[in-house]
Design a protein around this ligand. Structure first.
Ligand SMILES: [Cu+2]
Length: 259
């Protein structure tokens, strides 16, 4: 073989190998390879009298990724905001293996509680300040929850929206227009007390008083959905939609409805 052709061929093979290598590295470097399965909680009777199998999920939203959990002890982006697994009273779960991929059963009632430990600002689109897609279009909201005391500090209220300039994060599941029985859901999560969030972060921890939002919805047919936060929380990036907002495992993930 001509020496130059041989060299050129060698370069091409090396290049192909490198690209394949990078491809498999990127595929393997998912930020959250784990998942959280909703826990069975008996039967739920909807306001219309219909009964459904009932399941629950507990989640937290954090001002940084230092809680560990699915990011591990030395996560690559400790300063990025993130969702994570929660205990039954919003407790931090440093050893959880999943945090942003959720599995729930089809045609069931799902109750999700989210403790929101971050501060907040203004949405780009106030559509997302409204509760969408839950039973009755409402959510149960506690402005100040005491995690250590496992109790509400302020009374529980039923809400249909929050002020568009007090949003910490949103939990938004996007459905598809393929004619199946679908899920679209969006819940605004109110900011926690700004000064307390900052003070706790400086101490290397989280405020003991997050906001708490609980909501129930009925799942449709089995399918794979995506969810993301619609509050621009990717601080320090263009229009704040980079970093945590554009990387799986922080402010977005999979939502799988299992048949
Ligand atoms: Cu967010």
């Amino acid at each position: 073989m001509n020496k130059r052709i041989f060299a050129a061929l060698g370069t091409v093979i090396l290049g192909a190998g490198l690209i394949a290598g990078i491809g498999s590295y990127v595929a393997a470097a998912k930020n959250d390879p784990g998942h959280i399965e909703a826990a069975s909680a008996g039967t739920y009777t909807a306001p219309d009298g219909k009964s459904y199998p009932h399941y629950t999920l507990n989640l937290n939203t954090y001002p940084n990724a230092l809680f560990g959990g699915h990011h591990g002890k030395d996560g690559a982006h400790p300063d990025w905001v993130s969702y994570g697994a929660a205990g039954p009273n919003g407790e931090v779960q440093p050893d959880a293996t999943g945090g942003t991929n959720y599995i729930v059963p089809a045609h069931s009632a799902i109750t999700i509680s989210i403790w929101q430990y971050d501060s907040g600002e203004t949405l780009n689109n106030d559509y997302f300040a409204h509760v969408r897609g839950t039973i009755d279009g409402t959510a149960t909201f506690v402005k100040r929850y005491d995690v250590a005391g496992k109790t509400n500090v302020t009374p529980e209220e039923q809400i249909t929206n929050i002020p568009a300039d007090m949003v910490g994060h949103t939990f938004t599941i996007h459905g598809m227009s393929d004619g199946q029985n679908q899920v679209f859901l969006s819940i605004p999560l109110m900011m926690a007390d700004d000064a307390e969030v900052t003070a706790a972060e400086e101490e290397g921890g989280y405020t003991n008083f997050p906001t708490k939002t609980t909501f129930t919805f009925i799942t449709g047919d089995a399918g794979e959905y995506v969810w993301n936060c619609e509050f621009p929380c990717g601080d320090g990036t263009i229009a704040r939609f980079g970093n945590a907002m554009s990387t799986m495992g922080f402010m977005s993930g999979h939502f799988t409805v299992k048949g």
